[in-house]
Design a protein around this ligand. Structure first.
Ligand SMILES: [Zn+2]
Length: 473
């Protein structure tokens, strides 16, 4: 380490604790001090301090949960440095400066190239692992500017594009994430995760999915969730074989039993390892099956103690409660005689997965309380409307989920054409407490036994607050 870098690191360490008194940028403060003094490229000297290296996790949905699970798994076997719920290089630098450990586990969320620096992060953190969860069109806007999906996808790709060592861990059931591995298959190892069961299948109308390699329509042999399934294309691109797979599943109301088998490349030992575990987990939703597979795959790829894999995985998952789910995420809650499914569904993919989860429990007429997207988010609305229709609700209530009440009313008018008795409550964003209280009231006073409440809304400020009110009673 150069003198300049050592001094920067020292100053950042001294300055770091002060930041705990401050607000907002607290987690990133040491990193900000460090990069101000030593420059962003000096972060590579910090990351090369790690004995094994860094793992970066990214995706549209599931990255925080997957990161949380991976931290639980890996820290059982080896000291790690970690940062999650963070979108900045400075948060990663802070973790490298303030913590000790052989492996770095860092969540990195990124919306597009303009508001993130994925290629720089790749270069200076120089990860030996990049983990992809899902990549779906999300908020069409970033800071008031349209964010086209192809730019968003490219930004995610840049995190692994420059890798020439290590392992990419990605979902093979999803053609978009699988393609990121497929393109890099000659440069680095790819460990894929996916499903190999018959009990999970989609009930939505099948969308046409374009081949990410050639643009032609993909042929599906099986669809699990939305665009995830067993697919192939005439150009030769097809679903890769999973290295870690869910081979059996049993669903009950109280618990789910999962069997997961793996045979994959382990990076620290440079060897292949295989394992098989039977796990009993809370009924945590289909999306968490993928988060579970992603975290186990990343763990089995990077633990230096391969003999621990089965026992550590069992230990972590058999003792899991719902608290590992980040605030605001979709859950099904029992309230008197009602089943109320509620939580964030900010993009079409998330809302569909919520609907698939809720659908398991629906056994009678359903009310759909829908919280709308904002201005310029028509694409998200279109996906949401499909979700509403697929669940065939007996009654629909529409509430603005974001700022614009006018836009919410426009979306409502479209819904009203198919559901003439749909109701609209123009609740304002600025009076969030009022909005929350009304949504809560609508759910508990619904005349239906089955209520789903999803769409757009602030995770913490809205969904988590409503959930807490419901659970308290
Ligand atoms: Zn193709």
């Amino acid at each position: 380490m150069s003198v300049k870098v050592s001094i920067a690191k020292l100053l950042a360490q001294i300055g770091g604790p002060i930041s705990k008194l401050g607000s907002g940028s607290g987690k990133s403060f040491a990193g900000i001090v460090f990069t101000k003094i030593a420059g962003i490229d000096a972060i590579s000297e910090l990351s090369h301090d790690l004995d094994i290296g860094s793992i970066i996790l990214t995706g549209t949905n599931g990255k925080t949960t997957t990161t949380t699970l991976l931290i639980k798994l890996l820290s059982n076997d080896v000291p790690i440095r970690s940062s999650f719920e963070s979108n900045t290089i400075n948060a990663i630098a802070s973790a490298l400066i303030q913590q000790k450990g052989d492996i770095g586990v860092f969540e990195y969320g990124i919306r597009n190239k303009k508001y993130g620096i994925p290629d720089t992060v790749q270069r200076v953190v120089d990860p030996v692992g990049v983990v992809y969860t899902t990549i779906s069109p999300e908020h069409a806007q970033v800071a008031g500017v349209k964010n086209p999906f192809n730019e968003y996808y490219e930004a995610k790709e840049l995190l692994s594009k420059g890798m020439d060592n290590g392992v990419i861990i990605t979902n093979c059931d999803d053609p978009r994430t699988a393609f990121l591995g497929y393109k890099k298959r000659d440069d680095v190892k790819i460990n894929y995760y996916g499903l190999e069961v018959d009990d999970i299948h989609d009930f939505f109308d099948a969308d046409v999915i374009e081949c990410p390699n050639c643009g032609k329509e993909l042929t599906y042999e099986k669809r699990f969730l939305n665009h995830r399934g067993i697919y192939s294309c005439e150009c030769g691109f097809k679903r890769p074989e999973a290295d870690v797979k869910l081979t059996n599943v049993e669903f009950t109301n109280e618990k789910w039993m999962l069997t997961i088998e793996g045979d994959l490349f382990n990076y620290p030992t440079n060897k292949h390892v295989s394992f098989k575990v039977d796990l009993t987990v809370p009924p945590f939703g289909f999306h968490n099956i993928y988060n579970t597979l992603a975290s186990i795959t990343a763990y089995a790829t990077f633990t230096p103690k391969t003999e621990n894999i089965e026992s550590t995985v069992k230990d972590v998952f058999n003792n899991l409660d719902m608290s590992f789910i980040p605030p605001g995420r979709f859950e099904v809650v029992k309230h008197e005689n009602k089943l109320i499914g509620l939580g964030q569904g900010d993009n079409g993919d998330a809302a569909k997965i919520n609907a698939l989860f809720m659908n398991q429990f629906i056994d009678g007429p359903l009310e759909f309380i829908y919280t709308t997207p904002d201005v310029d988010e028509e694409e998200i609305f279109d996906d949401h409307f499909e979700v509403i229709k697929a669940l065939k609700p007996s009654h629909v209530i529409v509430v603005p989920g974001r700022k614009s009440i006018e836009k919410a009313e426009e979306y409502y008018n479209i819904i009203k054409k198919e559901y003439p008795d749909a109701e609209f409550y123009p609740l304002s964003y600025d009076e969030m407490t009022k909005r929350i209280n009304k949504l809560y009231e609508l759910a508990i006073e619904s005349e239906y036994d089955y209520v789903i409440m999803t769409g757009c809304g602030e995770e913490q400020a809205m969904w988590e607050n409503i959930k807490q009110k419901l659970i308290k009673r």
